[in-house]
Design a protein around this ligand. Sequence first.
Ligand SMILES: Nc1ncnc2c1ncn2[C@@H]1O[C@H](COP(=O)(O)OP(=O)(O)O)[C@@H](O)[C@H]1O
Ligand SMILES: [Mg+2]
Length: 230
Amino acid sequence: MLVVESLIARYGAVEALHGVSLEVGAGEAVAIVGPNGAGKTTLMRSISGLVRLASGSVKFEGREIGRTAPFRVARLGISHVPEGRAILSTLSVKDNLLMGGHRLPRAEVDARLAEMLELFPFLGRRLDSFGGVLSGGEQQMLAIARGLMARPRLLMIDEPSMGLAPRVVGDVLDALHRVVATGTSVLIAEQNAGLALEVASRAYVMVVGDVVASGKSADLEDKLIETYLA
Ligand SMILES: Nc1ncnc2c1ncn2[C@@H]1O[C@H](COP(=O)(O)OP(=O)(O)O)[C@@H](O)[C@H]1O
Ligand SMILES: [Mg+2]
């Protein structure tokens, strides 16, 4: 479904990705794990069209999207839940969700909203609250639901556990399991490798702009301990 090949990305003179390759199959949940500065966000932003590729390719469902504008990438079926969630704090929960579904045919909006409230029941009790009054974990789930509103075939979530208390991380983890169970392909970037490997069946370990290991989540533990201790 998603095939990234030899991707190089630069910020000015600094190369942030040195030739990264990665694949996500249909219905698969895949993690990108690695410490701060590894290039996880840059990789997601490159897939979304928010960072220009210096070289390499990104194919989605067989189509080259490596030099495609972000709004077109979104239209093709990729939703990106950014690091820091970026929910709109002065809009209601409902309006945040509706923004995520603004490209849906009008007749489908209510049904999709109802599906999101089934997946995230607490949102139904908070529809009229401002996004900004939700807790960090609730905001993360709102951001995920907003991303899903568009019925993406691939949902990319950048650091869902960032800044959350351990107790709340469990709620987000449960939510991620439910999202994966819907059959949507999911790509998760996380410093919190434990959380990401629990959700994802496969993972890529990144360190300063390179993939240093990849494989089934269960087989990566030793490599991760090595990486994080280094
Ligand atoms: N907007 C930017 N301008 C310049 N350098 C950046 C920018 N964003 C990220 N970087 C650099 O790119 C590298 C990878 O960062 P990032 O993709 O944010 O990693 P991660 O998400 O894994 O923490 C880091 O060295 C970071 O300092
Ligand atoms: Mg990041």
